[in-house]
Write a protein of this length. Sequence first.
Length: 187
Amino acid sequence: MSLEEALSIRETVRSFAPTALTLGQLSQLLWATYGIRDAQQRRTAPSAGALYPLDLYIVVGEKGVEGLEGGVYHYLPMGHALEIIASGDRRKEVAHASLWQMWMAEAPIMMVITAEYRRTTGKYRERGVRYVHMEVGHAGENLFLQCFALGLGAGIVGAFSDDKVADALEVPPQHEPLLIIPVGHPR
Ligand SMILES: Cc1cc2nc3c(=O)[nH]c(=O)nc-3n(C[C@H](O)[C@H](O)[C@H](O)COP(=O)(O)O)c2cc1C
């Protein structure tokens, strides 16, 4: 699919079929969002000072991804690997934490992009906060367009309680949730 086509069909999807993603689809989505693209370990998204303040967490529903148990996973760009953070299907907890937007829990997976601000503010001081917010938009749009180019759909959620989402994910306290993108086959 051309970039023009992906841009013209993208829309916020809020209804998903109960069809699992393959591990290959998940792998491609992770790489496109924030994967490593060259020998200097630069990523698919630009980053001020190449400091890469973002982390990706994946909330996988029961039977959400073929070959993966339900749980919360953390993406490790070096090695293009996943580590498990918590087991069990946490989608409903995340939807409750997002002002009860229950449509989110239909999606087989949700990608949660978090930021560790000090990686960027250590160099750029208060202006670094602005840079981090720009960067989450870059990574989020990478994910959005890759979803549609693979024939998948994605929603986007900014309305949530930061603390409740962090609790549901069991992320380290310095990783602050900024954006949630439910992904799946559009219904
Ligand atoms: C930063 C941001 C936060 C958003 N938060 C939500 C949200 O919490 N719930 C929701 O249903 N849609 C949310 N949206 C989606 C917008 O409602 C949607 O992008 C807009 O209506 C335009 O529709 P389109 O994306 O289909 O073109 C958000 C979009 C952005 C960019």
